[in-house]
Ligand binder design. Structure first.
Ligand code: PEP
Ligand code: MG
Length: 917
């Protein structure tokens, strides 16, 4: 039996989106649950893949299409190509993942000179008929015959000028008739053939064009950017749907809606409609439509039907829907529905509200939100205290505030945004699907036309980029590369700020502030915490960062790197003193100056986090990292020598010095000690000698971490004392703190035992000094392969493990992140040699195996062993599923990723049943 490629809406399986595409599957489902959908059928994605593979339609498909058209003629009582009651169809694309505007759709197919006459006679509406014809010729010409839009647009604008009208609606039937004839000529000129009059020829060309658009540049780019893989969407289906008309008169209309407000998630009727118009007018932003609530007064009965449709859609799909409808002579048809693309704030609010309304359960409320999307809710907002007056007001289409330099086309946005790394706001009258690359490169989008469901709004919302649309006070002139607001003329490169929440546009840069959690996000993450078993900690090195992590709901600090504290400006001279020290006594003297500074940092962090745990890691990097590079030192010395020869007096030289290289001078604290160039030079020479002595062939694998701590025990002792004294002071002040001391780069149990001995030496001194008992935990980083292999004995000393998967990944692959990412990793990924970047997504098959081995064996020794991960992969949702599976206790990630990780931890629990590492 021949393969089945075609399914009527009355028979297709509404769940099979891979086969029928999202649109086709939903049209089947809506038909089958009794919603009013124009009759039609869908040609499957399999036919598309065959077409692309063989460059021709599969055998028998066109015969089957004819048979289905005959069925459609019977269903509708119309004839395809007939003059009496002509059947017109739309030919629509639709893959299993929604890719708004990326593939092609043709409307009014079946029109030719004969059917046009029939249509006009039937409707008694000449203007409508000619309008439909000219739209069809242009759309078909562009999509199926490859004729560029501008050939049509020139004629269209010329007729508009001739008729003296500004808007399309001002054109008369005769104008439109002329336009149709001009368009037919355009097609003849551009293709060398007359416009096809045979409706079946039209249909076949249209089907091929829609199938072909799957491999079109736009669609390919979009899939690459959004990482849509063939197992998510493979080929587009083609829907052949009976045309219904929203442009037959004033009892007709067309509209799009969301079952909830996609900007905020609020449970309200949301959408826009246009009376006497076709769907593309709304989406293309050519006319600014009316808010749906106006329909309540204008067409109350239809409004009631629309509310009913909306409720049925949500009640059936248990998900916010983005739907399109047409009202033809008072009858409401639903043309399409799909899950609504909303920004993260709206997803969160609608999740919480749908769960509270009983429409979905809490699990679904959590699972319908992509954890990564919460990053959008961390977008800056305009500082509420700013006093800048807005220059223009549009509609807020996608929230968040951003400032950037304006550009007027997508290519320039890419050149400046991606190429020159500038912050760009893309400014257009309206956007089209071919502008998509400009969206990726911009930090915000601003249009002067179109509504909240225009292309710009939909795409920006999907990407979570701030967007303002319909700012009609702005006159955008792309050709002159300027935008005029009142008497202000803005040129390319001028800075504006847009607020995608309020729709306001400001000249210049307006200050922004960190966002606050919405109450719904708090609720949702509270539900996530109740379900998740994996805890979420933060990597934070300063009291400020700890406070931020705490605000985001971190359950503790999993990694406090202490080296960054050494890098503070006023501390570097002391660190330098420590490095230059020739004797242990001199080194201890320098360390004694650092002690109170570290103690007060630790105290603040412990206090902010109390009573949650704070894991403080002893010094990790090699100490030469705190010195300027050898090259800088050599250059400085040469420069100084040169100055000494040419300048006039020592006083003058030191002034020049301070100006010549203030940073190096200040950084090394030299000028405070001496104004004599010879002293400065001598010091520099000394530092250079030290830098040379400390030089390592391979510093990442060199004298660092615990190896440094054991060769210079006074450094670790100072840090251990700082932690314990900070805790003791908090305890004295009745603050319930939980410090943990963590040792980096451990390979052997012996190393850990020796550091533990240092702790045991310092502890009684601290306890005696403060007269309190200090409770703490002692553990190790697991970032060396040997430590993972010897975890069973390491757990005899370590009370917790924390996987440092940055180093562990480097060690397992034997390549470093920087070299890999700059040199060969992009090639490895695109050539499919490695699927992911292992420094972003945990390599579960290699590094993960080491982790699992270490967890299992570590817990043989210490059954309750606490195990975490603090490498970059710790905040990556997919990697977290592995961490959950491998029975880790917690993940630790940077503060802004904490909300993402809290949701991902709940996902990991909810989806544990179907996880494969
Ligand atoms: C690690 O190696 O994963 C880690 C957290 O340590 P660092 O990144 O500081 O080397
Ligand atoms: Mg490390």
């Amino acid at each position: 039996m021949a393969k089945k490629y075609i399914y009527k809406y009355t028979e297709g399986d509404g769940k099979n989106k891979m086969l029928l595409g999202g649109k086709g599957a939903n049209l089947c489902e809506m038909t089958q649950i009794g919603l009013r959908v124009p009759p039609g059928f869908v040609i499957s994605t399999e036919a598309c893949l065959d077409y692309i593979a063989n460059n021709r339609l599969p055998d028998g498909v066109m015969d089957d299409v004819r048979a289905h058209m005959a069925w459609l003629e019977k269903e509708t009582g119309k004839q395809f190509g007939g003059a009496g009651n002509p059947l017109l169809v739309s030919v629509r694309s639709g893959s299993s993942m929604s890719m708004p505007g990326m593939m092609d759709t043709i409307l009014n197919l079946g029109l030719n000179e004969t059917t046009l006459a029939g249509l006009i006679k039937l409707t008694g509406n000449e203007r409508f008929g000619y309008d439909a014809y000219r739209r069809f010729i242009q759309l078909f010409g562009k999509i199926a015959l490859g004729v560029d839009d501008h050939h049509f647009d020139e004629h269209f604008e010329a007729v508009k000028r001739r008729a003296g009208v500004k808007v399309d609606l001002g054109l008369s039937a005769n104008d439109l008739k002329d336009i149709g004839q001009l368009f037919l000529k355009v097609v003849q000129e551009q293709t060398g053939r007359p416009f096809p009059q045979d409706p079946y020829e039209q249909l076949e060309l249209a089907i091929k064009a829609v199938f072909g658009s799957w491999m079109g540049q736009r669609a390919v780019d979009y899939r690459r950017e959004f990482k849509i893989t063939p197992d998510q969407a493979n080929g587009t289906a083609v829907n052949i749907v009976t045309m219904v008309f929203g442009n037959m008169g004033n009892d007709c209309s067309t509209g799009v809606g969301f079952t909830r407000d996609p900007g905020t998630g609020e449970n309200v009727m949301y959408g826009e409609y246009l009376v006497n118009a076709q769907g593309e007018d709304v989406v293309a932003g050519i006319r600014t439509p009316k808010p749906v609530l106006e329909m309540k007064n204008e067409m109350p009965d239809l409004f009631r039907q629309l509310v009913e449709l909306r409720n049925k859609l949500e009640g059936h799909y248990h998900e916010v829907q983005d739907y399109e409808y047409t009202i033809e002579k008072g009858v409401l048809y639903c043309l399409q529905t799909r899950n609504g693309k909303m920004n993260a704030a709206a997803m969160v609010r609608s999740s919480v509200e749908m769960a509270n309304e009983g429409l979905i359960n809490r699990e679904k409320a959590l699972l319908r939100i992509d954890p990564e999307s919460l990053e959008q809710m961390m977008f800056p907002q305009l500082d509420p205290k700013h006093k800048v007056a807005p220059a223009a007001q549009g509609m807020g289409a996608s929230p968040g505030a951003s400032s950037g330099k304006i550009v007027f086309d997508a290519d320039t946005a890419v050149k400046r945004g991606r190429g020159a790394n500038e912050k760009i706001i893309l400014v257009r009258e309206e956007t089209k699907p071919e502008d998509i690359h400009g969206f990726f490169a911009a930090v915000g989008i601003l249009t002067s036309r179109g509504g909240k469901t225009s292309h710009a709004a939909v795409v920006a919302r999907g990407m979570g980029k701030p967007c303002v649309v319909g700012a009609e006070d702005i006159n955008v002139n792309v050709h002159q590369r300027q935008a005029v607001i009142g008497d202000v003329v803005l040129h390319e490169g001028d800075i504006v700020t847009i607020d995608g929440g309020s729709g306001r546009v400001y000249l210049g840069e307006v200050p922004t502030v960190e966002p606050e959690f919405t109450p719904e996000l708090r609720t949702l993450l509270g539900w996530a915490d109740e379900i998740a078993t994996l805890k979420v900690m933060a990597n934070a090195d300063t009291p400020d960062a700890a406070q931020r992590a705490s605000n985001y709901g971190a359950m503790g600090i999993g990694l406090c790197r202490t080296e960054r504290m050494f890098n503070a400006k006023e501390r570097l001279p002391i660190v330098l003193e420590m490095i230059l020290a020739e004797t242990t006594e001199d080194r201890e003297a320098a360390l004694a100056k650092l002690l109170p500074m570290q103690r007060s940092d630790f105290k603040e962090i412990l206090r902010v986090m109390a009573p949650r745990p704070v894991t403080i890691r002893l010094l990790d990097p090699p100490i030469h990292e705190f010195l300027p590079s050898e090259q800088t030192l050599v250059d400085d010395i040469e420069h100084l020598r040169h100055l000494r020869q040419t300048a006039q007096g020592l006083e003058a030289i030191s002034q020049i010095l301070a100006q010549a290289n203030p940073k190096a001078v200040e950084q090394l604290g030299i000028l405070n000690d001496s104004h004599l160039v010879s002293d400065v030079l001598a010091k520099k020479e000394e530092i250079l000698q030290k830098a040379r002595a400390l030089h390592e062939i391979n510093p990442m694998l060199g004298h660092r971490g615990v190896r440094l701590g054991l060769t210079y025990p006074e450094i670790y002792k100072m840090q251990i004392r700082a932690v314990l004294e900070a805790a003791a002071e908090c305890i004295q002040e009745k603050v319930n703190v939980h410090p943990e001391i963590m040792v980096p780069q451990v390979c052997t149990k012996e190393e850990l035992m020796r550091v533990r001995a240092l702790v045991d030496e310092v502890l009684p001194e601290v306890e005696a000094k403060y007269a309190v008992k200090v409770h703490f935990e002692f553990g190790t980083m697991m970032e060396v392969v040997r430590a993972c292999l010897r975890s069973e004995e390491i757990a005899e000393v370590a009370e917790f493990f924390s996987f440092g998967t940055n180093d562990l990944t480097q060690a397992t692959f034997s390549f470093s992140r920087e070299d890999a990412e700059n040199k060969f990793l992009p090639f490895y990924n695109s050539a499919g040699i490695l699927k992911d970047n292992p420094f972003e997504a945990l390599d579960t098959k290699g590094v993960g195996q080491l982790m699992s081995f270490a967890v299992t064996n570590g817990r043989k020794t210490r059954s309750g062993l606490k195990v975490g991960i603090c490498g970059e992969q710790g905040g990556h949702p997919r990697s977290m599923r592995f961490c959950h599976y491998a029975n880790l206790t917690y993940v630790s990630c940077s503060s802004p990723r904490v909300p993402i990780a809290r949701l991902a931890a709940a996902h990991a629990k909810l989806l544990e049943g179907n996880y494969q590492p």
